[in-house]
Design a protein around this ligand. Structure first.
Ligand code: FE2
Length: 279
């Protein structure tokens, strides 16, 4: 064993670019996070909700609300929850795509979920030195309208030099091929970073480093039960399909970067204070 994972699991992570850890978190902790997220959404004034999150055209949908959310707790809408006039088509509790991006710093319940001895040991076992919790997201993947997340690498959106981000994806509900589970390309992380989502003042642009398209036929589903943790290498190509089922697929993600790596100002996510570790 290396910390919380076996030598074989570490080797599988290196080979595949992802690792499933069944039952990493107790179901009660998942339910507590869901309750807290519902309370956060309940407290938001529906009139303030205007920013849509879409991976179909991420540069176009970038606005100040998004750009300044790196060290805030903000709610983003599902594209299909808004009509042409920008009005909500459904109750806000069923209209939010995600909450981001500093839940782990600003909310005590999320802080407690995110900063545990088990997670610190896992991240150390995965070889991340001086880990810093850069970003958190609560993803709702709402019934019927949960949006697609197109194939991407997390290092596109959080680039360090050298590349070092890892994603921790917690299933807060069962995630299946029907309600929009994760999909990933085994071994796809070996090919390097293909693009960077770059901040340029108050705008963003996608910088293409390698125009080779992903072969979506290589994606395999990573179904998960509530409490399972899926670890994603920052270069692992992954995606999730729309949720057209009547069941939501809530997940919580944390992105951790090595403290010793450079974190360029060209990252969209900028914070007023440096990202903290697990303590
Ligand atoms: Fe991702």
């Amino acid at each position: 064993m290396v910390g919380l994972i076996s030598v074989e699991q570490r080797a599988r992570f290196e080979a595949d670019g992802f690792l499933r850890l069944p039952g990493f978190v107790a179901p009660a902790a998942c339910d507590a996070l869901r309750t807290r997220a519902a309370a956060l959404v309940d407290a938001v004034d529906a009139d303030e909700l205007g920013s849509v999150f879409s991976t179909r055209d991420q540069v176009r949908t970038t606005d100040d609300y998004f750009l300044d959310s790196g060290d805030q707790v903000r709610c983003f809408l599902e594209e299909d929850a808004v009509d042409d006039a920008g009005r909500l088509r459904r109750d806000k509790a069923l209209a939010i795509n995600k909450i981001g991006h500093a839940l782990h710093d600003l909310d005590p319940v999320f802080d407690g979920f995110s900063r545990t001895a088990e997670l610190a040991a896992l991240v150390a076992a995965l070889g991340v030195d001086d880990p810093r919790l850069m970003q958190s997201m609560y993803i709702f993947k709402q019934p019927f309208i949960g949006g697609e997340v197109r194939i991407h690498q997390d290092a596109t959106f959080l680039h360090t030099e050298p590349p070092g981000v890892i994603g921790l994806w917690f299933a807060l509900q069962d995630a299946t091929v029907d309600n929009g589970c994760l999909w990933a390309i085994p071994g796809g992380h070996a090919g390097g970073l293909r693009s960077r989502f770059v901040r340029d003042g108050r705008r963003t642009r996608m910088e293409v480093l390698d125009p080779t398209p992903w072969d979506e036929a290589e994606l395999i589903p990573l179904e998960a039960r509530q409490g399972d943790l899926i670890v994603l290498h920052g270069l692992a190509p992954h995606a999730s399909r729309p949720n057209r089922s009547p069941t939501s697929r809530h997940a919580y993600t944390l992105h951790v970067v090595p403290g010793g790596a450079a974190y360029p100002a060209s990252n969209w996510l900028q914070r007023a204070t440096p990202a903290r570790g697990f303590r």
